[in-house]
Design a protein around this ligand. Sequence first.
Ligand code: AMP
Length: 282
Amino acid sequence: MLIFKRVKDLEDYLKKAKKQGISIGFVPTMGALHPGHIALIDTCRKRCKLTVCSIFINPTQFNDKSDFENYPVTIDNDIKLLSQAGCDVLFLPTVSEIYPKGLVQKKRYKFGLIANILEGSFRPGHFDGMAQVVERLLKIVKPNQLFMGQKDYQQQLIVGLLIKKLKLNTRLVMCPTVREKDGLAMSSRNTRLDAASRKLAVEISKTLKYAKAQLKNTKAEIGVIQQKSMKKLGAIKGGETEYFEIRNAKTLEVPKRSSEKLVALTAVKIGGVRLIDNMVLN
Ligand code: AMP
């Protein structure tokens, strides 16, 4: 696996690959890699000739300073995992490579409602920061295909809008959420859960499954399912539910009918660690 730290070096390398007609697949990450990330690499390798992964903990998308400071860093292990997975290129830039003009130039995107609700409302500025770094990375890598996880459902919808807005020649591929045996969605932040919180964290995916079963089996109203699910999450000891919402799976608007394609999305803090998860319900 080749490792590039400078934008210019990576661009030169990829230009040559493009000239030879090699298809480029891209998997952007913030590192602390786990099997969820590696599944993206696997899918990318199946669909593209050259697999490029980036590891960059983007300061502009963290609205919580301590979350940024405590974000896990396991770079040696990440390099090992990526090599084993057959990743071709790792892009490992510094903050000044990505933001040569400094962090003050934070861009404001106008994605509308979809970026202001749910994660957007609990993490103000998060999606602007995320879009800013994804735009920068996409303009450097210019991939034919971009691989992102369903785990960050709202994020991948917004990246879809970004690609449209910028008229980029990149196809976004959403990959399913990889889970632990007990159902907890894999996340770099899971390593920060203590043993007791880790046990309780299973309630998040259990509640999503409960909502799915309620919709299928009882035909209960969406509002009622939402309330019951909130109650279940509320019973987590030391947990703090930020939201549990059932929304239209394409627009994230409040659904008018249960026949619409629906997704349940939730964010819960357990033992001080903020966890998100979602499930398509029908
Ligand atoms: P992150 O490093 O958390 O920014 O995530 C990088 C990419 O990996 C994003 O597209 C995430 O949606 C994806 N991802 C993170 N966790 C999972 C998971 N458990 N299953 C599938 N994809 C994931």
